[in-house]
Every structure is written in C-alpha cells, then in structure tokens.
Design a binder for this molecule. Sequence first.
Ligand code: PFF
Length: 443
Amino acid sequence: MQTRENFGGRLAVILAMAGSAIGLGNIWRFPYLVGQNGGAAFILVYIAACALLAMPIFMAEAVIGRRSGSNTFGAMKKLAPGTRWKWLGLVTVVAPLLLLSYYSVVGGWAVDYFMKACSFRFIGDTSGLFGGFISSTWEPLVTHTVFMALTAGIILLGVTKGIEKFTKITMPMLFILIVGIVIYGLTLPGSWKGVEYMVKPDFSKINAQVVATAMGQAFFSLSLGVGTILTYASYMRKEENIVSAGNCTAAFDLLFALLAGFAVMPAVFAAGIQPEEGPGLVFDTLPYIFSQMGWAGTVVSVLFFFSILIAALTSSISLLEVGVAYLVEEKGWSRRRSTLVLAFGTWALGVLCSLSFGPLSGVKLLGVGIFDFLDKLCTNWLMPFGGLLFTLFVGWKMSKADVRDELTGGGTCNRRLFPLLYFLMRYLAPVGIVVVFLTNLFL
Ligand code: PFF
C-alpha cells in the first residue's frame, strides 16, 4: 500500500485549504450575489451563515478527514463500516464534478480576460466587451477548454505542489492589487453610492431565498460539503489544531470576498452598471476600472487576471482531485485514466453551460438556464446537503470521545471551546440547514 504524505506544517495546511477556498467564489460570485440580493443586508446574513453553519461543517469535515486519513468514500467505510454512510461518500464524489463543469467555464472567462489584458484591450471604451464575448459561441468554449486542460494537466503531471508554491506569490499579490483597486475605485465620481450599498443594510431585503443563497455561498466559498476539506484534512498531522486552521481559512476567505465587493460595487455605481446584473458583473466592471487607470490599467489588469487564474486553478484542482482520489483508491484505476475520463466528462457538461449564455439561452430547466440550474443545484442543495450529512455523522454517529480528541488535539487545546463547538455541530448547524431547506422549498 502507498503511504500517504502529510502536509509539512501548520502554514502548509492553511495555505492549501485557503488555496481551495479562495477562488472565483470570492472575486466573481460574491460581488454579483451581493448585487442581486440587496447589498449590505446580504453581507450580514452571509457572515452569520459562515459563523453558525459553515464553520461547524468545516470542523466536522476536518474531524472525519483526519480521523480516517482517507478520501470521502474510504473515510465512511473506515469510520462506519458496513453502513449506508458510504453513500454519502458517493454524493461527495459527484457534486464536485458538477460544480467543476461550470467553474471551468468561468475559469475560461478569466483566461480570456487575461489574454485581453495582455493585448491592451482594456484601453478606451470597454462597454459591451463582456456581452459580446459571452454570447458568442466559440471564444468562451475555447477558453473553457484551455482552463479544463490546465486543471487536468496540473493533476496529471503531479505538479499540484508546484502550482501551490505559486500561490505564495500570487495570493499576496492579489491582495495588494485588490486593495489598490479598492482605493482607486473610491476616487471615481459617484463611487460613494457603492460604499453605502455595501455598508447600509436594508433589512426588508432579507427573505428565505436570500438566506438560502447566503448559506449556499458560504458553502461554495469555503469549499464545503463536497469532501475537499475532508480530503485535505486527511493529510493533516495529529498536532495541527483543526479549529484554528478553520478560523484562519475562513478569515482569509471572508477578507478576500469583502475586498472584492469593495473593489467592484463602488465602480458599478460610478460606471452606471446595474448591481443586479448577475454572473457578468465583475467582468463588466473591472475593465471599466482598468480603462480609467490609463497605461497603469494594463499592467494592473495583466497581474490581476494572472493572480485570479492561479487562485481559480488551486480551487479547480481540488475539485477534480476528489473524484480522481476516489477512482484511484477505491476502483483501482490509474491516475492518468481517472483524470482524463473525469476531465472529459466535466468538460462536456461545461460546454452546455457555456452555450447556455449564447445559442442555448432558450433552454430552461425549472425556469432557469443550464448554467444557473447547475449552480443552484450545487450551491443551494448538494453542498448544504453534503454538509448536513457530515455534521450529522460527527454529531450523532462518531463517539464524542473521538470528536473531542480531534478538536482538542488530544486535550491540549480548545478544551473550553469544545462544548460550544459540539453543540453547533450536533444541533445548531443541522437544524439550521434543514430550516433553510424547508423554507426555501415552501416559501
Ligand atoms: N471555494 C472555491 C471558490 O470560492 O472559488 C470553489 C470551490 C472549490 C468549491 C473547491 C468547492 C470545492 F470543493
């Protein structure tokens, strides 16, 4: 049997988890959801969903991962042999692949914008740039293919570690660039309306749908409910503190999301773009900011889209890796075959998602386009459902002593915090998720 590698240390674990968490979800998805769901009030609900629902799930996944030391499917077989819990392992193999299919489409948009930045396209009038790109047939398909090929290539060549080394440069760079863009954006005339939109909550905007969307985004952004955190935690050493790894990951993740919101929203108002626009929001707004910056805009945009691309790749490889690990460890497939088959299947589904903005825009599933349907299915249903089962497993199936042992590092840390964490995992998070599910179904 192959011996499993462990992460080198605390920093390495946090970096890998943060690498999976921070991605298009922060920069692309968060700002447009803020715009569609009423601004500051949504942000408050989102923060509450992270603290009360997402964090306990994070801990639960990490507990299962480290206790079992194996992939999602193997973990269930090890910790609950001969039970139906193994089906949970399967849900978490399928969901990340569905998610990757449309994630790669948006990754493709980032590829396209990186190339546009390199060829000085963000100079002068940039209006209509995204609309023209997205409704065309071939350009988004080509860039989707490039993004998926990069993802599969990294996994195939086994250079995951290499790409993660990149993040040590690109993450801080992304941070500095976004802070710079925020500051610059605030100097644009009319931008203060956007700041108000981000900080002055209008509580009348909150409804069941908004809460469900916030919960889904918390799961999406922290990579929860699909076994990614479980798999990464399975490489964690016994001495690492799961609770502080979770807190650090969540804090960085939230920071990047809020910064992206503050980079985008003021410029949305300055440029007269509709905040409710949806998935294209960031791709419409950023070129406007860059075009206002003159020549510096080109430099900033090249660095910016390069960093986004790396951030997106460290997330997409974690999505593909869950399925690959399953096929290799449980079905005995070779790594090469697993990667190629899964990448091809998800790519094909992604083609439909990509076309749903253009030639297939008339195709509706439950009233929405293919891309939106898959996105809603994954974030509002599959990820919270996976998360629900993970907390139920830790709260009700595993022995309390084992859970305590994991969360307190064998009694060396978090001893006073443990009762609260256990309560959150056993009662609050599962009940909260079920309530959100039900209100979303019936209201
Ligand atoms: N958290 C990633 C992002 O915000 O872009 C997306 C993601 C990666 C979701 C890995 C789920 C996952 F397992």
